[in-house]
Write a protein that binds this ligand. Structure first.
Ligand code: SF4
Ligand code: SF4
Length: 72
């Protein structure tokens, strides 16, 4: 099963909780700022995502969404 990881970067406040709980090293903090002045999280290893949703549950700013990729 493949998963798609989406970060709404304009919501991210750089708390890094998602990076702490992700067991698969999917996230990295960007060098760039979002519109509200925070370094936002980027998805660097989407292929490693296991769909555990720890990141979705822990993000205080509801910035992360996980989708199952449809098998064709
Ligand atoms: S669903 Fe799990 S494996 Fe995937 S990015 Fe979130 S914490 Fe990491
Ligand atoms: S948990 Fe949410 S707000 Fe915190 S760094 Fe991750 S995406 Fe950004």
């Amino acid at each position: 099963m493949k998963y798609i990881v989406k970060v709404k970067k304009e919501r991210c406040k750089s708390c890094k909780l998602c990076m702490d709980v992700c067991p698969s090293g999917v996230f990295k903090l960007s060098n760039k700022f979002n519109k509200i002045g925070y370094h936002y999280v980027e998805v660097i290893e989407e292929k490693n995502c296991t769909g555990c949703k720890r990141c979705v549950i822990i993000c205080p700013d509801v910035a992360i969404e996980i989708y199952k990729e449809e098998e064709i």
